[in-house]
Design a binder for this molecule. Structure first.
Ligand code: UDX
Ligand code: UDX
Length: 463
């Protein structure tokens, strides 16, 4: 008999993952529970105004919600009912005490484990879906199984989905990773969770390991990806200084199959809920185990990322005649990448704050992220402050001295840039930090153009 599944945490990870699991396992009941009632109400809303935006997600939820996928706040009943309990609650970077600024804050995770223990009325398989520090499963097992009436087996099943492509990544993953104890109960529990994914993922792509390897792999994979972004951004600075073109360098480097073409796009630096958090976690782990040089190595990946945003503001400052006060900058894009409304750790947030320090009048536009941008900048964007939010990019750009493109939404290259130019104050600058616009065309129109990793201002190509 197929075992029913509950996921605690209806966020970016829990929601899409369970929706796809439900779609591909029509014979299983899948429940998603959360303490946040308004979030659950949004998942259940009649008009399918889901709490997160992901391409194709709404179609999947429409197909399965109310059939075998259910959202609720009733954690107690769901835990009682289901034999397999995924946990996808948030594990933010700890901001206090030991490990502040680096370690994960595990309080929600532990509280959830205690709830599972309290509500369980039989043996359960508990699956870590949140990214957790190595050896968390051991701590959780200790809490769950101490003087417990039932037996809990803790597995780690880290999620590798990227935002904006969550449904696609879930439907055809490069791999699924399931780590568990290598004893009889652990191996049986792993087999149960393998079965869930085997409904649509080829068996050879479902990889099983011990728990520690699974937990560490998630950090290591994200740290490697983040490191590639910092590496190409480090090369971008050198390109600007030497007249090389970072997109050309990346294209040729990426043709070497040992390097590969992905994650070589220079830009404003990485954002998102995972990269910084996971690299910081890795740093903390290295330090905990006395691996100080390794800790310093990974710290530089984050330092390089911050430097990229500082560099953007410095270059804008220089290109705008060393004074930004009272000038209007239209920020095109606030999400940390295209096709998501998510703004967690977005480079645009850091840049907006640096520009605000310079007394820039900032008009922020984004097709999906304005509500999050308003919330993120609430402390500096109150009434009368120099920050406005504008749905329409043409309106945002009116009277601006510069357009600063921060997110590579596909709508931006398709805009009428002559119309934008005509409405701006002159000289009109475009700083395309994603190198996604047609720079030649912009220059023909009359813009001064800055990019990342090419065409430094003052160089022959920057007219
Ligand atoms: C995030 C990170 O992206 C991921 O890397 C990490 O592994 C887990 O946290 P995500 O799904 O994006 O995952 O988090 P979020 O969107 O914040 O959702 C977490 C949900 O858990 C929230 O809806 C929150 O209300 C819920 N929650 C939190 C509970 O239901 N119970 C709790 O005790 C705490
Ligand atoms: C990432 C991982 O890809 C995913 O496997 C993990 O589960 C969660 O973290 P996500 O944060 O959604 O996913 O986004 P991703 O597409 O990886 O991009 C991260 C950041 O790097 C974005 O800000 C993006 O703009 C930036 N990036 C990515 C670059 O600047 N250049 C690149 O070449 C690739």
């Amino acid at each position: 008999m197929n075992k029913d599944v509950v996921c605690i945490g209806a966020g970016y990870i829990g929601g899409p993952t369970m929706a796809v699991i439900a779609k591909m396992n029509p014979d299983r009941k899948i429940m998603v529970v959360d303490i946040n009632a308004s979030r659950i109400a949004a998942w259940n809303s009649d008009d399918f105004e889901l709490p997160i935006y992901e391409p194709e997600l709404v179609d999947v939820v429409r197909e399965v919600r109310g059939k075998n996928l259910f959202f609720s706040t009733d954690i107690r009943s769901a835990v009682k009912e289901c034999d397999i309990v995924f946990v996808g609650v948030n594990t933010p970077t700890k901001m206090f005490g030991r490990g502040a600024g680096r370690a994960s804050d595990l309080q929600y995770w532990e509280a959830t484990a205690r709830e599972i223990k309290e509500y369980a009325d039989g043996d359960k398989i508990v699956v870590e879906k949140s990214t957790l520090p190595v050896r968390t499963a051991a701590a959780m097992e200790a809490i769950l199984n101490d003087h417990a009436k039932h037996r809990f087996t803790v597995l780690s099943n880290p999620e590798f989905l990227a935002e904006g492509t969550a449904v696609k990544d879930l439907l055809s993953p490069d791999r699924v990773l399931i780590g568990g104890p290598q004893d009889e109960a652990g191996i049986a529990a792993i087999a149960e969770v393998v079965d869930i994914y085997a409904a649509w993922v080829p068996r050879e792509k479902i990889m099983t390991t011990n728990v520690w390897s699974a937990e560490l792999t998630k950090f290591a994979a994200n740290a490697f990806l983040a490191q590639r972004v910092s590496s190409i951004n480090a090369i971008a600075g050198l390109c600007e200084a030497t007249g090389a073109d970072v997109d050309e360098v990346a294209r040729v480097m990426g043709a070497d199959h040992r390097i590969g073409a992905k994650f070589l796009k220079a830009g404003p630096g990485f954002g998102g809920s995972c990269f910084k958090k996971d690299v910081l976690n890795l740093v903390y782990l290295c330090e905990t185990f006395g691996l100080h040089t390794a800790a310093e190595y990974w710290t530089q990946v984050i330092r390089m990322n911050e430097h990229q945003q500082e560099r953007i503001v410095s270059r804008l400052f220089k290109a705008m005649f060393n004074t930004l006060a009272n000038k209007k900058v239209a920020m095109f894009g606030f999400a940390f990448k295209a096709d998501t409304g998510d703004t967690r750790e977005t480079p645009a947030g850091t840049v907006a704050r640096l520009l605000n320090d310079e007394h820039v009048r900032l008009a922020i536009t984004d097709p999906k992220a304005i509500p999050n941008a308003k919330r993120d900048l609430a402390d500096i964007a109150g009434d009368g402050a120099g920050i406005v939010f504008e749905e329409d990019p043409y309106v945002a750009a009116e009277g601006a001295d510069a357009v600063l493109l921060m997110t590579d939404w596909s709508l931006y290259p398709a805009l009428d840039w002559r119309r934008i130019f005509d409405s701006m104050r002159k000289p009109a600058l475009v700083f395309d930090t994603r190198n996604c616009l047609d720079g030649e065309e912009l220059r023909r129109i009359g813009f001064k153009v800055l990019n990342i990793g090419k065409d430094i201002c003052g160089a022959p190509t920057c007219r």
